[in-house]
Design a protein around this ligand. Structure first.
Ligand code: TYD
Length: 213
């Protein structure tokens, strides 16, 4: 889908504990200080329907979802989010910042979950007309630092996906990296190991470079 609008769509991506949510808040504040109207949202979620699906995904009833059902639920929640929130905001000329978007499905369900990128891309085409962000910011943090941050954040309260084993999360990280390397125009890779302020500066530099000031 090619959007004809003044708005810009930026997705923040990365594994668990990469600092996406902190960076999303800092990014919104910096853009608002420039006079830009920003809609901060997240996936799975962002609309009442998508938030209801989020609950089903992160706290599944019964024995949990199979890989295909999980991918379809993510695509369904994204479809609602895109149609009811993201596209209308972009059409109003706003900037949309989403804490995760389709590249999470490509890395988690497509890569680590084994469904493959073609399947996820096909679901995204059906559900959301293939909408791509103007820029995807991939925040990378090494596994040891991630484990430390997660222990501080979640304790043992992680959800059905965050709680998967280290090998799964390692594959997620590798998949994200491969996707970003394959599409250097669509992605900016940001080292997330520094202080929140340093990471924020790197993100702003990437945005100004790619999307203009
Ligand atoms: P969340 O609490 O938002 O995680 P985080 O704070 O790490 O961003 O939970 C979202 C979880 O869902 C997270 O484990 C990543 C996973 N996820 C997918 O597996 N596929 C997707 O398409 C998306 C959007 C998220």
């Amino acid at each position: 889908m090619v959007l004809v609008s003044k708005g810009k769509f930026i997705a923040l991506e990365g594994g668990e504990g990469a600092g996406k949510s902190t960076q999303a808040r800092l990014l919104v504040a910096a853009l608002e200080a420039r006079g830009i109207t920003v809609d901060l949202t997240r996936e799975p979620g962002g609309t009442p329907g998508a938030e209801a699906i989020r609950e089903l995904l992160l706290h599944p009833p019964g024995e949990g979802w199979g890989a295909e059902a999980e991918a379809l639920l993510f695509a369904a929640s994204r479809s609602d989010h895109v149609a009811r929130r993201i596209v209308p905001a972009l059409e109003r000329g706003e900037w949309v910042i989403s804490d995760r978007f389709v590249d999470s499905s490509r890395a988690y369900q497509g890569g680590a979950g084994g469904l493959g990128d073609e399947t996820i891309t096909a679901l995204h085409q059906i559900g959301s007309d293939g909408l791509r962000p103007n820029l995807t910011i991939l925040i990378e943090v090494d596994a040891a630092k991630t484990a430390q941050r997660l222990a501080e954040r979640d304790g043992d309260a992680s959800d059905a996906i965050g709680g998967r084993d280290a090998a799964y999360h390692q594959e997620v990280a590798q998949s994200f990296h491969a996707l970003a390397k394959k599409d250097p125009d669509g992605f900016a890779i940001i080292d997330g190991s520094g202080s929140a302020d340093d990471v924020h500066s790197a993100i702003m530099a990437a945005i100004d470079d790619r999307l203009g000031r």
